[in-house]
Every structure is written in structure tokens, then in C-alpha cells.
Design a binder for this molecule. Structure first.
Ligand SMILES: [Zn+2]
Length: 255
């Protein structure tokens, strides 16, 4: 991040666009400039990634990179709200890029059609100030977690199923990583049930966490797993310790 560069001065139109969030003393123009300087990577443009990238773009992150290699199917549309009926068959990264560019022309939106793997994960997240977990599988989540830990990039994890969700903010060196939370991948069912409002809720929380981390306001969900149970409308926090034996972050020095 580069502070005090005129490149990141807010134009009069941007000041008006972000007026209602600039009124928050904790964010203010200083925080908004930090958002404008930042690159947010959204890994997966599905149920979590659509609403997450929508709110990242609306909030004024300067650059938003969207990564997904899937094409849109009819059964995606109950939750992947950036993809519309006429988009069926298009790449998700490109469909989302189109909508987000129209939402906020001050944000550089980059849709990348790529399947995240061991070989490309490093280059895909290079230079990111925050990475949003929009995945539906733990294999790719672990790849992202491991690369984020190596490069000390904040990683905002969320997962959803049915009307339930979970969230944890991973700041490498400051708290546990995803492998501290799950030493082995949880059992996954595919395709899993999901109500769109659940993924929207957890994605909105991911964006709030990203804003807090990048603008350095408030207290992110570090070292705590937030669990949401939709049937009873209940939130719960579970403390998570950093595992000194963690193969990924165990040897990492404190940030
Ligand atoms: Zn760890």
C-alpha cells in the first residue's frame, strides 16, 4: 500500500459516492483512501463471492480481482446474485466483472478465468491486501490459506451450508490459520444445500472484516470462529488457538 500518493486522492464524485460511509469517524477519508489503495482478491465468484465482490466494489476498494473458472448454470441463480438468467453459459468471472464495472466505475475490476491450483495460486494472489474465501471446497481453501500465510496476506474465511454459516479472519502471524482450525479437511457433501440469503449474510460479514483489516478499524474476528445457525437465528463465537504444530503457520513469527 502507498499512502499519501496523489494517485489515491478521492475525487469530488467519489467523496459524494462514499459520503454515507465517510461519515463514520473511524473510517473517514483516511480509511477510504486505504480502501482505494488496496487490491482485494475474491477467490470464487459463487454464492459467497458474488455478494462479497458486490459490496467490496460498492465500498470502493481500488482494485477487485475476481477468480473463477466455472460457467453459470441455472441452479446457481438462487444465490449467485451477480449472474442473471441471460448469463447462463458465460464465465462467472466475466459476468461478475461486467456488472461490477457498471456498479462503480472508480473501481478497477478484473475478471480472471482460472482454476486455482498449486502452480498458479501464488501469482493469482500476488500483491493482494486481502483475499476473500469464496470457495465451496476445502482443498482450494487450504491452497489459498497456505499461500496467504506464506505471503502474510489477510485471508477472510467463510463457509456455508443450508441456513448455517461460519467465518474466521486469518491474519498470518497474529492468529490461527485454516489448518489450525481444521488439521484435516472436513467431510464435504456435494452438491450441498444452500439458501442464497445465508451466503449473502456470511459474504457481507467477510466484506466488513476486509474493510476493518484494510482500513485498520475495529477488531477483526482473529482467533475466533463465528458460527451462525439460521434455523434459530443464533450467532456463537468459538475461540480457536494457534497450533504450534501447524504445518503451515506453526513456525511463522508473530506479526
Ligand atoms: Zn496454522
Amino acid at each position: 500500500m502507498r499512502t499519501n500518493s496523489p494517485e489515491f486522492d478521492l475525487t469530488s464524485e467519489e467523496l459524494e459516492l462514499y459520503d454515507r460511509q465517510l461519515r463514520m469517524p473511524s473510517l473517514g477519508i483516511k480509511g477510504q483512501r486505504k480502501l482505494k489503495e488496496s487490491l482485494a482478491v475474491v477467490a470464487g465468484i459463487g454464492g459467497l463471492g458474488c455478494p462479497a465482490s458486490l459490496y467490496l466494489t460498492a465500498a470502493g476498494f481500488g482494485r477487485v480481482k475476481l477468480i473463477d473458472n466455472d460457467v453459470i448454470e441455472l441452479s446457481n441463480l438462487n444465490r449467485q446474485v451477480l449472474h442473471w438468467h441471460h448469463d447462463i453459459g458465460r464465465f462467472k468471472a466475466k459476468s461478475a466483472e461486467d456488472k461490477l464495472r457498471r456498479l462503480n466505475p472508480f473501481v478497477k475490476v478484473m475478471g480472471i478465468v482460472a482454476k486455482i491450483d498449486e502452480k498458479n495460486v501464488e501469482s493469482l494472489i500476488e500483491g493482494a491486501d486481502v483475499v476473500i474465501d469464496g470457495q465451496d471446497n476445502y482443498k482450494t481453501r487450504f491452497l489459498l490459506n497456505d499461500a496467504c500465510v506464506r505471503h502474510r496476506i489477510p485471508f477472510i474465511h467463510a463457509a456455508v451450508q443450508g441456513v448455517n454459516g461460519q467465518l474466521m479472519t486469518i491474519i498470518p502471524g497474529k492468529g490461527p490459520c485454516l489448518r489450525c482450525l481444521f488439521p484435516s479437511p472436513p467431510i464435504e457433501t456435494k452438491p450441498f444445500p444452500i439458501v442464497g440469503a445465508t451466503s449473502a449474510l456470511m459474504a457481507a460479514l467477510q466484506v466488513l472484516e476486509a474493510i476493518k483489516v484494510v482500513a485498520k478499524i475495529g477488531t477483526p474476528m482473529i482467533g475466533k470462529l463465528l458460527l451462525f445457525e439460521g434455523e434459530d437465528t443464533r450467532f456463537e463465537e468459538v475461540p480457536i488457538m494457534r497450533n504450534p504444530e501447524c504445518p503451515v503457520c506453526g513456525k511463522l513469527e508473530e506479526a
